[in-house]
Design a protein around this ligand. Structure first.
Ligand code: AMP
Length: 243
C-alpha cells in the first residue's frame, strides 16, 4: 500500500514524540533547593528510565577540576554561592540537549535556575521541537537543607554522597562503593550554603509558579524517606509516559 504524505507526517510526529520503539519520550526538569536530594533522585530516575541526568553543577565542577576556560570563569561564582551568568549556562544546555543520548529524553538537574534561563529554554524547546513533559519540585525546609549540606561528603571518584550524621561511609573519609577519597565541597560551608539558599529563594523559587502556570508542575515532599520519594517520582513519570 502506498504511503501518502499525510500519513507520513502523522508517523513522523509519532516517532518524534515517542521514539522509534514507540515509547513516549520523557523530558523532565527537576527543581528544588540545594540539598533537597534532587541530584540523588535524578541519578536513580536516570537509571530507571534510561535517560541521561544533566546536572549543570556537575558539568561546571568537572570544568573546574580540569581547569578549562569555563571552569576558571565558573569557580569564583561557585565558591561564593553565586550563580554562573545565564548566557554561559544557556550555551552549555543548548549544546547538551541535542546530543544523541538525549533522543529519548533527559532529566535536567539544576537548570533552569532563573526566569531568563527558563524563558530561553522555552524558546530552545520550541525551536528544536523537544517539549518538556513535566517539572518535578522537591519541597524541603531550609533548616533541614543546611543540616544536610553542611555534613555532606562527596566521593571524588564516583560522586556518591555520604553524611557525617545520617549516612556514614564504612571507612572514615573513604567511599564505600569505589574506595575513592571523600571531600567536603567548598560551597557546602555554612556561610556559602546560606548564600546559596538566599539565591535559590530570590531567583529560582519563582520558577515553581512559572511552571505551575504552564500546568507542568508536580510537587513532592522531599523530607520523606528516600525510597518513598523515589516511588512517588516514578509514579509521576510513569503517569506522564502513559498519557
Ligand atoms: P549545584 O551542584 O546544582 O548545587 O550547583 C553548584 C553551583 O554551580 C551553583 O551554586 C552555581 O554556582 C552553579 N550553577 C549550577 N547550575 C547553574 C545554573 N543553572 N545557573 C547558574 N549557576 C549554576
Amino acid at each position: 500500500m502506498p504511503i501518502n504524505k499525510a500519513s507520513l507526517l502523522v508517523l513522523e510526529s509519532f516517532v518524534r514524540q515517542r521514539g522509534a520503539k514507540g515509547e513516549k519520550k520523557l523530558r523532565v526538569i527537576f527543581l528544588g533547593p540545594p540539598g533537597s536530594g534532587k541530584g540523588t533522585q535524578a541519578s536513580c530516575l536516570s537509571e530507571k528510565f534510561g535517560i541521561p541526568q544533566i546536572s549543570t553543577g556537575d558539568i561546571l565542577r568537572e570544568a573546574v577540576t580540569n581547569k578549562t576556560g569555563l571552569g576558571i570563569k565558573a569557580k569564583e561564582y561557585m565558591n561564593k554561592g553565586e550563580l554562573v551568568p545565564d548566557e554561559v549556562i544557556i550555551g552549555i544546555i543548548r549544546d547538551r540537549v541535542v546530543q544523541t543520548d538525549c533522543e529519548n529524553g533527559f532529566i535536567l538537574d539544576g537548570f533552569p535556575r532563573t526566569v531568563v534561563q527558563a524563558e530561553s529554554f522555552d524558546e530552545m524547546t520550541k525551536e528544536k521541537n523537544i517539549p518538556v513533559d513535566v517539572v518535578l519540585s522537591l519541597d524541603v525546609s531550609e533548616e533541614l537543607v543546611v543540616r544536610r549540606l553542611c555534613g555532606r561528603m562527596v566521593c571524588k571518584e564516583c560522586g556518591n554522597n555520604y553524611h557525617t550524621e545520617f549516612n556514614l561511609p564504612k571507612k572514615k573519609g573513604i567511599c564505600s562503593r569505589c574506595e575513592g577519597k571523600l571531600y567536603h565541597r567548598p560551597d557546602d560551608e555554612e556561610d556559602v550554603v546560606r548564600q546559596r539558599l538566599k539565591v535559590y529563594k530570590e531567583t529560582t523559587e519563582p520558577l515553581v509558579d512559572y511552571y505551575r502556570q504552564k500546568g507542568l508542575l508536580s510537587v513532592i515532599n522531599g523530607e520523606d524517606e528516600i525510597s518513598n520519594i523515589f516511588n512517588q517520582l516514578v509514579n509521576v513519570l510513569e503517569g506522564v509516559r502513559e498519557n
